[in-house]
Design a protein around this ligand. Structure first.
Ligand SMILES: *[C@@H]1O[C@H](CO)[C@@H](O)[C@H](O)[C@H]1NC(C)=O
Ligand SMILES: *[C@@H]1O[C@H](CO)[C@@H](O)[C@H](O)[C@H]1NC(C)=O
Ligand SMILES: *[C@@H]1O[C@H](CO)[C@@H](O)[C@H](O)[C@H]1NC(C)=O
Ligand SMILES: *[C@@H]1O[C@H](CO)[C@@H](O)[C@H](O)[C@H]1NC(C)=O
Ligand SMILES: *[C@@H]1O[C@H](CO)[C@@H](O)[C@H](O)[C@H]1NC(C)=O
Ligand SMILES: *[C@@H]1O[C@H](CO)[C@@H](O)[C@H](O)[C@H]1NC(C)=O
Ligand SMILES: *[C@@H]1O[C@H](CO)[C@@H](O)[C@H](O)[C@H]1NC(C)=O
Ligand SMILES: *[C@@H]1O[C@H](CO)[C@@H](O)[C@H](O)[C@H]1NC(C)=O
Ligand SMILES: *[C@@H]1O[C@H](CO)[C@@H](O)[C@H](O)[C@H]1NC(C)=O
Ligand SMILES: *[C@@H]1O[C@H](CO)[C@@H](O)[C@H](O)[C@H]1NC(C)=O
Ligand SMILES: *[C@@H]1O[C@H](CO)[C@@H](O)[C@H](O)[C@H]1NC(C)=O
Ligand SMILES: *[C@@H]1O[C@H](CO)[C@@H](O)[C@H](O)[C@H]1NC(C)=O
Length: 504
């Protein structure tokens, strides 16, 4: 059917008028404004407001004589006039805004067209999430992040089958669930954040989430989880973000995690995973960020993992089996990292791997494919020569090469790079020679050069330096240059200065 323009307008008006409850027929001019809001929904919102405590008057505009579609935080469908969104988040920094308190009035149930409810970062301290929320079946977005609720999550939430986003992140851990069977009703769910929710008593949590085949982001940090049932198949293959950090998982790394071929971000930080990292072929090419730090893994990651496009790699500390020469040797055998491993890591910009007994063996003229911003290789074996490849790392703002067996002079270009460092830790090496007479760092910075063989006079330093550790070297001469003549800036921000064990 092809309509003329006039017919279209008439059709539109007919739909428009038939869906309105209150119609004032004047469309003539703006003064005679026709209210979009439905009376019944306005009343519901006023009742909702009545049960809230609003110390900073965020809901000042919520008054009966105004069109509720123009109230703060309300979004209406601009054709039907139904309230579709309630945006009352208190996230962000506002000096003039305080969290809403009080309780949630079930009058919200009159908002039949509500699809978006955001109450994040308000403060409903001590009350439970009301079960009537489960009857707002049109909801596609529900955010109760850090709202202070406590007690058990009502299973009625499982009726929200249109829900795409559910935020229940809790700071204080007062929300809990005894089982999660209700979650299988949320089959449209794409983003779920239950971090901080106590799930310690839920044994079948994994199998439940595994049924949610649309899930792309699952955050379960700080949930007290300690057990994962072995799945017969991994169903949520669309998962791209998985955060299981700060739980209590104890056994060796779970091979099924590597069947999640769409993973982009995997965070297993701060658990008790033990044993070697599974040496399996990493079929996924999507992983950009991996954090397995603060576990008890005793091998490095498999070579195949270096083939993916990691941007952020956090291996944390891999403790060595001290006193067992065979396994120590084995670790070293597995622990030689060379140019080849980095060949495809063109996007790597954060590399945290301090504490590992790994060896980096690269040519002095190697030019890495990446440009790092953070580099932590403390306790790796890098020396005896100063790593020349750092020359190309012109974006570095933080570097830790402490205790890496470097026995060399610090090249001049390195001091040029250092002008943008926030942290430099070159301590516990055998660095020798003099350092520049001026250390000019453009931002607040901490510098650790202790336990080396550095000689010459103390440098003058810029007032931006907050920590300066030159202890346990062979510096000589006077203190006055360092202390009395800061480079630019009136007030020095130095608050730690270590000069012990020198020849001053
Ligand atoms: C309704 O609002 C949307 C988004 O603000 C806008 O794109 C659209 O043109 C509006 N429709 C009418 C009929 O005003
Ligand atoms: C879903 O709603 C129905 C009524 O509409 C109710 O009987 C049922 O208990 C609810 N289910 C859950 C899981 O809350
Ligand atoms: C919920 O709101 C918080 C704070 O506004 C936000 O950071 C978070 O991403 C939201 N959660 C979801 C699931 O959209
Ligand atoms: C995976 O999904 C299929 C189809 O949706 C379902 O039949 C099967 O039970 C699911 N498997 C698991 C382990 O949840
Ligand atoms: C993981 O993938 C491998 C091969 O791709 C398959 O043999 C194995 O059954 C899968 N495991 C799970 C738990 O899906
Ligand atoms: C790593 O830990 C596992 C489990 O504790 C052990 O069986 C294995 O021998 C260890 N490997 C090395 C190289 O220490
Ligand atoms: C890992 O497996 C590959 C073959 O899949 C093998 O070549 C390699 O030596 C293994 N690495 C270790 C440390 O066992
Ligand atoms: C790097 O990528 C090339 C081409 O995609 C591939 O042949 C090579 O095996 C990759 N290297 C590593 C260490 O994964
Ligand atoms: C600097 O390195 C030393 C030796 O590895 C370490 O003990 C110290 O904690 C590091 N300091 C900082 C601030 O990283
Ligand atoms: C350090 O930077 C200055 C000015 O940017 C430049 O003149 C000098 O050649 C650089 N020194 C080295 C060793 O790269
Ligand atoms: C120190 O560096 C700043 C810029 O980072 C520059 O403006 C200033 O002139 C430098 N001071 C000295 C004494 O080199
Ligand atoms: C550094 O000084 C120690 C003595 O403190 C000495 O044994 C060592 O040989 C020196 N190393 C270098 C490279 O100068």
């Amino acid at each position: 059917m092809v309509l003329s323009q006039n017919q279209t307008i008439i059709l539109f008006l007919a739909i428009y008028l038939s869906t309105k409850l209150t119609v004032s027929a004047s469309f003539a001019n703006g003064e005679d404004y026709e209210e979009l809001c439905h009376e019944r929904e306005k009343e519901a919102l006023l009742s909702f407001k009545q049960d809230l405590i609003d110390p900073s008057n965020r809901l000042l505009s919520w008054v009966a004589k105004e069109d509720c579609c123009k109230w703060a935080g309300i979004v209406c469908n601009n054709v039907t006039g139904h309230v579709t969104e309630l945006r009352l988040s208190n996230a962000g920094n506002h000096d003039d805004r305080t969290p809403l308190k009080g309780k949630l009035n079930p009058s919200l149930l009159s908002l039949k067209h509500l699809s978006y409810l955001d109450l994040s970062n308000n403060d409903f301290a001590g009350i439970q999430i009301p079960s009537f929320i489960g009857s707002l079946v049109g909801l596609r977005y529900l955010n109760f992040t850090e709202t202070g609720f406590s007690g058990m999550i009502p299973h009625q939430l499982g009726n929200l089958s249109s829900l795409r986003h559910l935020g229940l992140r809790s700071l204080d851990g007062f929300i809990y669930a005894r089982n999660l069977r209700w979650i299988s009703g949320l089959y449209s769910l794409e983003h779920l954040d239950m971090s901080g929710v106590n799930l310690g008593e839920v044994s079948d949590w994994f199998l439940t989430f595994n049924k949610l085949s649309s899930l792309s982001e699952l955050r379960l940090s700080f949930c007290g989880l300690d057990y994962i049932q072995r799945p017969s198949s991994v169903n949520f293959t669309s998962l791209s973000v998985l955060d299981l950090s700060f739980n209590r998982f104890e056994y060796s790394l779970l091979n099924w995690i590597f069947n999640l071929t769409s993973l982009f971000h995997l965070d297993l930080n701060r658990n008790s995973f033990i044993g070697p990292f599974p040496n399996i072929s990493w079929s996924s090419t999507s992983l950009r960020s991996l954090d397995v730090s603060n576990n008890y893994l005793n091998s490095t990651i498999p070579d195949s993992l270096y083939g993916s496009s990691l941007e952020n790699l956090n291996l944390g500390k891999i403790p060595s089996a001290v006193g067992n020469l065979c396994s120590l040797e084995a670790i070293f055998m597995a622990g030689v990292v060379s140019e080849v491993h980095f060949a495809n890591l063109t996007n790597l910009n954060r590399f945290f791997a301090s504490g590992n007994a790994l060896i980096l063996r690269v040519d002095q003229d190697w030019i890495p494919p990446f440009r790092l911003v953070f580099l932590e290789l403390g306790s790796w074996k890098l020396g005896p020569l100063f790593p020349m490849w750092l020359h190309s790392q012109i974006d570095l703002i933080s570097i830790d090469l402490s205790n890496t067996g470097i026995s060399d002079a610090i090249p001049g270009w390195f001091w040029n790079l250092s002008s943008q460092f926030m942290k430099m830790n070159l301590s516990h090496n055998q660095l020798f020679g003099e350092i520049p007479r001026l250390l000019n760092v453009s931002r607040e910075s901490r510098i650790y050069l202790g336990f080396n063989n550095l000689t010459g006079l103390l440098p003058r330093i810029s007032s931006t330096i907050t920590v300066m550790d030159l202890s346990n070297n062979f510096f000589s001469g006077e203190l006055s240059g360092l202390l009395c003549h800061p480079i630019y800036g009136v007030q020095s921000s130095l608050n730690v200065l270590l000069l012990g064990a020198n020849l001053l």
